[in-house]
Design a protein. Structure first.
Length: 349
């Protein structure tokens, strides 16, 4: 019963956001509907993590399917700028953290872990291991950052870089064209590789294996010369609902009492970071002659899932955007946490 209520609330949120033309309606609609339902009515909600994982697998498959040999060469050519974009974003986030710490009185460690555009869960876990860091503060700041970026970036992209109001529908139709033309052997092969890739990345304990596994496995198949079957629009919509509902379920907006003091700095910092990523993307358009929509989504401080869905819906260069987002993701997940932990342990010793 609780699950059916959650599903109904998510669907209503999606329908409403689609009706009023909000970007990413089937992800942001369920996300906000669940948050409001819990905040106003205090009702219990339920959404199995398996459904979220299924949504990530579908998105990872689509992102992996967008890779080509030409794109791989383009990515190798742009590796130095990927490093520049990532480092500049991390350093700018640390600058915002210093300003936030000085203005609100929260610890610098909490502010840094709350400001860097890494995974919410990863930063929270790291906060438990760093002296002086407050997990509640980090959770609140990362939640506001996530919500701000997930709403702001798609809005700017959909309304700032595109004059075609029906572009979302057209993009989904492009994804579904030719699905029935593929042989059953091809569909089975890509399905098996997708599932096996998830199993491998789970076994190796990669971060977000349900997203990274399909990206890596399917992209290798595509780079070998095979063409990946397209995903029907209905399944893409279901994937967005699965992801958006789960995100909304895990955002606890009532768990922080000092929010009035920190909220303006956190939201202002998010705006500044989005603006900074726009500037870095603008530079990228001159360095590598990219369209602004591709450059902005490549450097935007959002997650791979959110930026991947946005790129899909505006028919942007999904493979290039995925490459930039993956590079920053791995950099932040594998290099930033140990560096931060080492830095603060050194300061305290």
């Amino acid at each position: 019963m609780v699950f059916m209520t959650t599903l109904l609330i998510s669907l209503l949120g999606g329908f409403l956001f689609q009706l009023i033309s909000i970007p990413l309606p089937w992800m942001l609609g369920p996300l906000m509907a669940i948050i409001i339902w819990r905040l106003i009515f205090g009702q219990k909600v339920c959404w199995p993590v398996g459904l979220r994982n299924a949504g990530l697998v579908i998105l990872g498959y689509m992102m992996g399917a967008s890779f080509t040999i030409k794109t791989a060469g383009q990515i190798l050519e742009q590796l130095p700028f990927m490093m520049f974009a990532t480092l500049s974003t991390v350093l700018f986030s640390i600058l915002i953290a210093y300003i936030t710490s000085n203005g609100t009185g929260i610890s610098l460690s909490s502010s840094i872990l709350g400001s860097i555009p890494g995974g919410l869960s990863q930063m929270v876990v790291l906060g438990e291991e760093v002296d002086g860091a407050d997990v509640t503060t980090i959770t609140f700041m990362q939640t506001i950052r996530l919500l701000s970026v997930v709403f702001l970036v798609p809005f700017f992209v959909m309304h700032g870089f595109s004059n075609n109001s029906s572009l979302t529908t057209q993009s989904l139709e492009i994804q579904s064209n030719g699905f029935v033309a593929y042989t059953m052997e091809s569909i089975i092969l890509f399905f098996v590789v997708t599932i096996f890739s998830v199993w491998i990345t789970l076994h190796l304990k990669f971060p977000t294996p349900f997203l990274l596994g399909p990206i890596l496995g399917v992209s290798l198949l595509v780079l070998s010369g095979l063409e990946a079957p397209k995903i029907p629009p209905a399944i893409i919509t279901l994937a967005q609902i699965c992801i958006g509902t789960y995100i909304g379920l895990n955002i606890k907006v009532t768990s922080f009492k000092n929010w009035k003091r920190i909220l303006p700095y956190t939201f202002g910092g998010c705006l500044a970071l989005v603006g900074f990523s726009f500037l870095v993307g603008f530079i990228l358009t001159f360095v590598h002659d990219q369209k602004m929509v591709n450059a902005f989504l490549s450097t935007a401080p959002g997650g791979m899932a959110e930026m991947g869905i946005t790129a899909l819906l505006v028919n942007a260069d999904l493979s290039l955007i995925t490459a930039y987002q993956m590079f920053r993701f791995f950099f932040i997940m594998f290099l930033v946490p140990p560096l931060i932990k080492w830095w603060f342990s050194r300061k305290c010793s």
